[in-house]
Ligand binder design. Sequence first.
Ligand code: GLY
Length: 395
Amino acid sequence: MTSHACDVLVVGGGIIGLTAAWRALAAGATVTVLDPAPGDGATRAAAGMLAPVMEAGFGQSGLTRLGTESLALWPRFARSLEQAAGLPPGAIGLDRTGTLALAYDGDDLAELRRMLALHREWGLGSVEISPDDARLREPAVGPRVAGAAWVPGDHQADPRAVHAALSAVVDAAPAARLVRRAATALTWVDGAVVGVSDDAGERHAAGTVVLAAGFSSGELFPGAPTRAVPGTTLRLDVGPELTSGLVVRGTVQGRPVYVVPRRQRADGRREVVVGATSDERDDDRLTRYADVFTLLRDARALLPALDDAVFVEATTRSRPGTPDNAPLLGWAADGLLLATGHHRNGVLLAPLTAAVVDHLLGGAPGAAVPGAALEAAVLLADPHRFARTTQGVAR
Ligand code: GLY
């Protein structure tokens, strides 16, 4: 049974899917979003770190560049999303206050210095500072910290506020429909995607399908090699004395941990997100006792005052990984646009994803995007890159 026809059908209502839906609406399209529980995937667990610098990995200069380009687009993305959603400036919690990196012991400091050398080589602006200088920036830093760095290039935004703003835009748009069902199959005709079936047996015809179904994208389209990378984040509620509001991240005996304080509420308290584990296993949403224990132990090793925080929530969801952990952004077949595989960087890469969708759907750009940034994104995130590699090896 065919229910509705639309110009653009987006499979997945997380931050990436709704960003694509927003940009398709801005391009004048009629849009359907298909998701049984919008925002309850990776978006739900995301901490919202906009951290191309501290997430930079050796050998991943391309991905780091995508991150820094997307970060540069964040202020305009935030402003135009807040405007579209009818929200006041600042409502989605973009904070560009930098990040404090901490090393717990000597080995952690050696690793931090290795990272700082990479940051220097790539011109990312991080500098080593003393633990005392770290305490001047964040008085809650504990006494047993071996070293520190100031990372001016990493920031944060509140993913749940971003998702709520995107939902408000889609809900209010007469040309948009949200269907709370799961996609079960793409509809193909002569090598082109022309729609999607859902788990109620309905078929939705669409001129373009945007696949933004996170780690399960590959189940609908095997040409999207996504895998689940489950992780747990914790949410705490803290009083004004426990943090100055600076993002802190570090390693404690080799284990990474981050602490992301949201803006202070009117009552003086604030949400703090502690994260994150990262596992290579099948998707599940079961929070392991040991993960909660380890995250809290490591967070309090860096910021002992967190002991007075109120425990609010532990959330386990899967990030969408790809073979090289760069996203899949672009046309995969006639009628099929991929916007998935953002791994640890879905929130960071939302503005660049918006720019690529604007470019590919011929929409009005929400931000003036440098052509070189767009070209780099289209090349690095090309959905066909793995097929090319396989063919190259086979030859
Ligand atoms: N962006 C950090 C994480 O995925 O844990």
